[in-house]
Design a protein around this ligand. Sequence first.
Ligand code: ZN
Length: 152
Amino acid sequence: MADIVTAEQRSRNMAAIRSRDTKPEVYLRKLFFAKGYRYRIADKTVPGHHDIFLRKYNTAIFVHGCFWHRHQNCKYAYMPKSRVEVWQKKFNDNVRRGKIVQDELQARNIKCLIVWECTIKKMIRDSTMQKELLAQIHSFIQDMHNTKFCLY
Ligand SMILES: [Zn+2]
């Protein structure tokens, strides 16, 4: 049987394939690379679908979409108007999975850095903010004795 795919279907397929490299992740990777960090995109030995793994600093970095991961008090974490219960269940599952991954990372002494998508949008727009956040991230990553395990 012939493999017939409409143009619309094809573009949808392509979008699905690209979803692992959505813009904020790519931006953050490029920024980290430019700052001299060397990383893996996905280290299979580390729990969770992190976006960057810094082996040298034993830190997994996650870019969290505000909508999917329910960023509190964020305008992007709105509630859809229809099928509220279905959405609520999806959101709860996402948040619960995220927590499980964090517990697994902590059990293995791997630090976890969550960067919200809206934070990255601000970093892209505002270079002062970019500097401040990078400094904050840098000190979190470098500090081997920090009591804080997970930075948001
Ligand atoms: Zn947000």
